[in-house]
Design a protein. Structure first.
Length: 266
């Protein structure tokens, strides 16, 4: 008995290549269509034209822009003014400390100068007593031990008087060498210099304090700018909004100009 031969066909469970190619083409076409839709949305080709902007919305947008600029400038200026105030306050403290040190040095030098004047006075009075007593040896001994300041003044004091071979005046001139301008005690000179330095440093401290106060005042004005600019957008009335904005701008301009004119420390 002859065996029948079945016609060849697709294997069970196998995919048809023609149908698979058609499905792939269909998926690619869908992706491209969706990509075209995305491009149209991004480029706005299928979007409706925007509606005309409402005047109130436009005014609010402009107001928000101006207040943002004002707030940014005021914030930076406030930070800089606060920094300068602290810098000048530190300069004030340094100047006051230096002034106190200089005043202490002046007091120490003044004490040493007073001691030297007392010693010179006692030496000169003892010299006068020796001269009046005719003790030339003692007078010469004391004269050799005069301080340089007293010796220079003594030479000027006896320059117009008649002196003996030992340099002792025969007739005592009027006054004393301690009253002459040539009698200068070095310690007193140092004390005067330290006192002047202390006064100058104290003046610098006062000037630094004034500058620090000026920067603090500017920081207060800038805080008002921040206040007016921040509440301007909270009102709905256009007049009050414009008024508060112009007040903020005016105070900001005044503060910035004043800030730029003051000296700065880094």
């Amino acid at each position: 008995m002859a065996q029948g031969t079945d016609a060849p066909g697709p294997a069970s469970g196998g995919a048809d290549p023609v149908k698979a190619d058609a499905s792939t083409d269909s998926d690619d076409g869908g992706v491209l269509d969706r990509l075209d839709d995305v491009v149209d949305v991004v480029l706005g080709e299928d979007l409706a034209p925007p509606e005309p902007e409402d005047p109130w919305e436009r005014r609010q947008r402009l107001l928000d822009s101006w207040t943002a600029i004002i707030l940014a400038i005021a914030a930076v200026a406030t930070a800089w003014a606060s920094f300068q105030a602290s810098q000048w306050a530190g300069a004030q403290s340094d100047a006051q400390a230096a002034s106190a040190i200089a005043r202490t040095d002046a007091g120490r030098a003044a004490t040493a100068a007073t001691q030297q004047v007392v010693i010179d006075s006692q030496m000169w009075l003892s010299w006068i007593d020796a001269v009046n007593a005719g003790d030339r040896r003692k007078a010469g001994f004391l004269d050799d031990r005069f301080s340089p300041s007293l010796k220079a003044a003594q030479a000027e004091w006896v320059s117009g008087a008649k002196v003996d071979a030992n340099g002792v005046p025969v007739v005592i001139p009027a006054g004393t060498p301690l009253d002459l301008p040539s009698y200068v005690v070095p310690e007193q000179v140092a004390s005067d210099a330290d006192s002047a330095k202390a006064e100058a440093l104290l003046a610098e401290a006062d000037a630094a304090a004034q500058k620090s106060t000026s920067f603090v005042l500017i920081a207060v004005l800038l805080a008002l700018v921040l206040f007016f600019a921040s509440i301007a957008t909270k009102f709905t009335g256009p007049k009050i909004q414009v008024l508060l904005t112009f007040v903020a701008i005016a105070v900001l301009a005044l503060s910035v100009v004043r800030l730029l004119l003051l000296p700065h420390l880094l």
